[in-house]
Design a protein around this ligand. Structure first.
Ligand code: NAG
Ligand code: NAG
Ligand code: NAG
Ligand code: NAG
Ligand code: NAG
Length: 495
């Protein structure tokens, strides 16, 4: 309260100052009298999209009132219809198009510490998109049959009843056995992408768990989702774009969703799958829109925790990254969006298990946002996994790290990410083979949902879950790992 009083005084004194911009002089604007402010003539008309994050008091209440800030900026030419999002759950802040002039004034008014102002940047999906979207129905009718056979193996500890799917993808077989898949190296390369493998899993299959696909949307009518997928959030900028809307225009989100939990291609075949559409048909999304999607997810997670006694936990699957520019690939620069990263960590800290694609540039994953959030922390004697998000690199059927996969100490685990068959857009039966760390991350997101379905002791224990994923993973199998600091492990469901 006291801080806010000081701050309000600051606002008033700033509002009373002459407001120079672009070197020109403009007459002083009127102090805010509550009447509709009249805009100074000749105010700047060049706007840049920005994210703003303000500190909170020790008790969690906002130190700075976003609404007051926006109102006080209006006399300086801020147009409230240029506001995109207001954030209250993941942070105290907002995103808006703003002139440099207003940003300068805002900086002058703010308390000096804890404020972040950053330009909005574009994150990209971590898989090359097929060029012929959206007319894709290349394997019609596949994936609609019942692929799940009756139990064939005796239960193992912690397992109620095992099932085997005998027409699974190679990725599902790989995460349900410790050893490499016996591969005929002379077989045609397309064999890896065909559904002739065995997936062994506990029949709990992630029931009661919410998986959020923060991506390009989901083809929720695909038969392989069996009605378990829905659309819970679409960023306004996409919803209002007639070429976008709520549907998945790229197929990427549908593919990732299919790997987490579709009946034919998914790890957690009974989980609920929720589309948070924050990226468009070209596979890109604004940091502000992604943060808004995460804000929604966190609010929904809080509601689910409060309202549903059968709710078993939330998993966020994030197959996107902020690439390091090609000309800096050999350097040591790190891509960042501190505000988005803090939103991700806030949701994670409240118990949403968070799985992130490591990125496809073949560089150290610690250089790429948000993959680097999983970094190990050296505590003086050893590395500890204090950073509780899970970052996933990609392997192929021969247990090689894919050449494109980022690597190094920020990799929590590897998972299948080459020749991955899954659900797609086009019609209710469409499928597609894609590759990328985008495809590896949903294998692990599905695996976390699967673990939650089996064992509620880690419901919101994100560090415990990360340890479980790492302790269960297969060790000593991977090839093409050149980085000494790399974790060198491959996701496994422990059956
Ligand atoms: C505010 O922005 C909207 C949308 O860009 C525009 O239509 C409107 O005229 C602007 N208002 C003022 C007062 O500049
Ligand atoms: C999808 O597959 C089902 C079952 O084979 C079939 O009945 C249906 O017509 C197919 N839909 C399309 C659009 O091909
Ligand atoms: C799948 O399981 C069957 C029955 O155990 C076995 O004959 C077959 O070789 C397995 N397939 C693969 C790819 O391991
Ligand atoms: C959470 O629940 C409140 C009601 O308690 C509701 O107003 C709000 O829309 C819900 N939010 C989400 C994201 O589900
Ligand atoms: C550092 O981490 C290791 C591994 O988790 C742990 O055994 C050790 O006690 C930690 N040391 C300190 C100083 O915290």
């Amino acid at each position: 309260m006291q801080l806010f009083a000081i701050f309000s005084t600051l606002l008033l004194s700033v509002a009373a100052l002459p407001a120079p911009h672009n070197g020109e002089y403009h007459p002083p604007t009127q102090p805010d009298t509550g009447a509709t402010p009249t805009l100074p003539s000749g105010h700047p008309t060049k706007y840049t999209p920005y994210l703003f994050r303000f500190p909170r008091a020790k008790d969690g209440s906002p130190v700075v009132n976003t609404e007051d800030i926006l109102t006080s900026l209006q006399p300086h030419g801020f147009n409230k219809s240029h506001l995109h999002h207001k954030f209250t759950a993941t942070m105290n802040g907002f995103s808006a198009d703003m002139s440099e002039h207003c940003v300068k004034i805002l900086k002058g008014m703010l308390p000096p510490s804890g404020v972040i102002i950053e330009p909005i940047v574009t994150y990209k999906v971590q898989a090359p998109l097929p060029t012929n979207t959206p007319q894709l129905a290349d394997t019609p009718n596949f994936g609609s049959a019942n692929p799940v056979s009756k139990p064939v193996q005796p239960p193992a500890p912690g397992i109620t009843r095992l099932q085997t799917q005998s027409d699974a993808t190679w990725g599902l077989q790989r995460i349900s056995q410790k050893q490499m898949i016996p591969v005929d190296f002379n077989a045609s390369p397309s064999r890896a992408a065909s559904p002739v493998f065995n997936y062994t899993f506990d029949e709990s299959a992630g029931e009661g768990v919410d998986i959020y696909i923060i991506d390009t949307g989901i083809n929720i009518y695909h038969k392989s989702f069996g009605g378990r997928a829905d659309r819970v959030y679409t960023a306004e900028s996409l919803k209002n774009d007639p070429k976008e809307g709520v549907v998945d225009r790229a197929g990427h989100g549908t593919h990732c969703a299919g790997t987490t939990g579709s009946r034919a291609f998914g790890v957690a075949k009974k989980a609920k799958i929720h589309a948070i559409k924050v990226m468009g048909g070209e596979g890109g999304g604004l940091s502000s829109d992604i943060a808004a999607g995460i804000e929604f997810m966190l609010e929904r997670h809080r509601n689910r925790t409060r309202d549903d006694p059968n709710f078993k936990g939330s998993v966020a699957s994030m197959s996107f990254g902020l690439d390091v520019p090609d000309e800096e690939r050999d350097g040591d620069s790190v891509s960042t969006s501190p505000i988005l990263e803090r939103a991700i960590m806030k949701a994670n800290a409240e118990g949403i298990h968070t799985v992130i694609a490591a990125g496809n540039q073949g560089i150290d994953a610690c250089r790429v946002s948000p993959g680097f959030l999983s970094r190990k922390v050296y505590n003086g004697s050893d590395f500890e996994y204090l950073a509780s998000v899970i970052t996933v690199g990609a392997t192929d059927i021969y247990d090689n790290r894919a050449d494109f996969s980022n690597h190094g100490p920020c990799i929590t685990t590897y998972a299948p990410g080459v020749a991955v068959l899954s659900t797609f857009v086009g019609n209710e039966n469409s499928t597609k083979v894609l590759q990328g760390t985008s495809m590896a991350a949903p294998h692990v997101a599905g695996l976390v949902a699967y673990f939650l379905g089996q064992d509620q002791s880690l419901k919101t224990d994100v560090i415990g879950m990360k340890k479980k994923v790492m302790n269960t993973a297969g060790k000593g199998f991977l090839h093409n790992i050149k980085d000494e600091m790399d974790t060198k492990i491959l996701a496994f469901n422990g059956v």
